[in-house]
Write a protein that binds this ligand. Structure first.
Ligand code: NAD
Length: 476
């Protein structure tokens, strides 16, 4: 693997400096990676801008064929790339491998969509005019991705951008650059023309941001990460009026109504909560359970939490890995301590692991005012809150909506009318009903409110990288 190098204009390049990548399970340095400066970023934009005319002009089925090859290479190497991901990110090998397969699927879906980037003909008011909408790529895209899903966050941006005919400069998280290098190797081997895809690894994200913001050739920024950084990018992008998609933090509520399949709800919550050690933007942060089923639900959830084996994700049998860094661990602890100090109770037994291992934790007696109900925990803590017959469905939904975020929400009920009404009233970009998955490649994933704007996946995801040119034709 070209661990020390960036990919600029189809060539693997050295940077003047390197930065270390650590294994969160052991704290050991596992590689040193190119620490690209602003100048190398500009060279990557040069390459992307130079590659744009030919890439956008290439027939869609030819572009699709290259993207399909990349997806096949990625899926074919899922085991090896999964091992790299586990080493730098910590998630269990099975989860990491599954993510690479899912990441390849995003690329494959976008490859197929390449051939369906259609324009429109709009009926005109006169026999002597025609109105056409021509789809065009927005241009050079800068993509910035987080560490929690180091492959799928990349392919969810790359796929639609490339399908639309854009060229890309990718800056992955400095915590997980090796997975990005592995993706870049697949893309290079698949035969993308030089410059269509460029990889800039750097431990100086601010410098990268300054370089892309100052460059008028970068027409779109696609960002996934924290709300704080996303807000900065929104401000910075104003001067050059760049297009932006921002997938930011979340604070997902779960609503478990008394008519729900309680065991299935507990299993679904355990899956979405403890996956990736709770480090997901869609991770449940407030679990509202009707008091008549709260004891049954909590017992099930505790059983499932305690069946999880926490350890080094590379070890067989481990089903939950470490948190990404010490800051993440400190935040999880702070949220638990605050909740306990304000009257919550620990329902799981506490088995603090060594290093950054934190046990899956279930808290009961949680109230909306506690810190973990207001801030994104990003860790394996399941806070159970209750509601009773005295509260209407509207009031429970209002509690769920009372957050600045609006990414994902989960609903468990067998009542069809309630499904419809609650789905309509939830102020979130995505709602999962009775455990249905949230992020298949055909689904337009994204948030509202403080969780950002823009969609990834589905044809909406491709449209985020398309400008529709309105052509009004006079026939004379
Ligand atoms: P982060 O904001 O710290 O980093 C994300 C990316 O931004 C990284 O590549 C980082 O290097 C870069 N970055 C940091 N400072 C920057 C700056 N000043 N200018 C430009 N880029 C900068 O977030 P993170 O800790 O990597 O990821 C966790 C966050 O991401 C959580 O809040 C989570 O909810 C969110 N997230 C959202 C989604 C979604 O789809 N909505 C998906 C995954 C993660």
């Amino acid at each position: 693997m070209k661990t020390g190098q960036a990919l600029v204009g189809g060539r693997w390049r050295d940077a003047a400096a390197r930065f270390p990548v650590t294994d969160p399970a052991t704290g050991e340095t596992i590689a040193e990676v190119a620490d690209c400066d602003g100048r190398l970023t500009v060279e990557a934009v040069d390459a992307a801008a130079a590659a744009l005319p030919a890439w956008r002009a290439m027939p869609a089925h030819e572009r699709a064929a290259i993207m399909r090859r990349a997806a096949e290479l990625l899926a074919g190497r899922a085991g090896a790339i999964g091992a790299v991901m586990t080493a730098e990110q910590g998630k269990p090998l099975a989860e990491a491998t599954g993510e690479v397969v899912a990441g390849a699927d995003h690329l494959l879906w976008a490859a197929e969509e390449t051939r369906r980037v259609y324009g429109e003909t709009i009926p005109s008011t006169s026999t002597d005019t025609r109105i056409w909408l021509l789809p065009e790529p927005v241009g050079v895209v800068a993509a910035i991705t987080p560490w929690n899903f180091p492959v799928s966050m990349i392919t969810r941006k790359l796929g639609p951008a490339l399908a639309a005919g854009c060229t890309v400069v990718l800056k992955p998280s400095e915590l997980t650059p090796l997975s990005a290098v592995a993706v870049a190797e697949c893309l290079t081997e698949a035969g993308f023309p030089p410059g269509v895809f460029n990889l800039v690894t750097t431990a100086r994200p601010q410098e990268f941001a300054e370089a892309i913001m100052a460059d008028p050739r970068v027409r779109k920024i696609s960002f996934t990460g924290s709300t704080a950084v996303g807000k900065n990018l929104i401000r910075q992008s104003a001067d050059d009026v760049k297009r932006l998609s921002v997938e930011l933090g979340g604070h997902a509520p779960v609503l478990v109504f008394p008519d729900a399949d309680v065991a299935a709800a507990a299993a679904g919550v355990a899956r979405s909560k403890f996956m990736n050690a709770g480090q997901a933007c869609t991770s449940p942060n407030r679990i509202y359970v009707h008091e008549s089923v709260a004891a049954e639900f909590t017992d099930e959830l505790v059983k499932l939490a305690e069946a999880i084996t926490v350890g080094n994700g590379a070890d067989p049998g481990v089903t939950m890995g470490p948190l990404i860094d010490d800051r993440a661990l400190a935040k999880v602890r702070r949220h638990i301590e605050d909740a306990l100090a304000h009257g919550a109770r620990l329902a799981t037994t506490r088995r603090e692991g060594p290093g950054r291992l934190h046990p899956p934790t279930v808290l009961t007696g949680v109230t909306d005012e506690m810190l973990l109900c207001r801030e994104e925990t990003f860790g394996p803590v399941a806070p159970v809150l209750t509601f009773g017959d005295g509260e209407s469905t509207e009031e429970v939904v209002a509690r769920a909506n009372a957050t600045p975020y609006g990414l994902a929400a989960y609903l468990w009920t067998r009542d069809l009318a309630r499904v419809v009404r609650v789905c309509e009233d939830l102020q979130f970009g995505i709602v999962s009903v009775n455990g249905a998955p949230l992020a298949p490649p055909q689904g337009p994933f994204g948030g509202v409110k403080g969780s950002g704007y823009g969609r990834e996946g589905g044809h909406h995801g491709v449209e985020d990288f398309v400008e529709y040119k309105y052509v009004s034709v006079g026939l004379g």
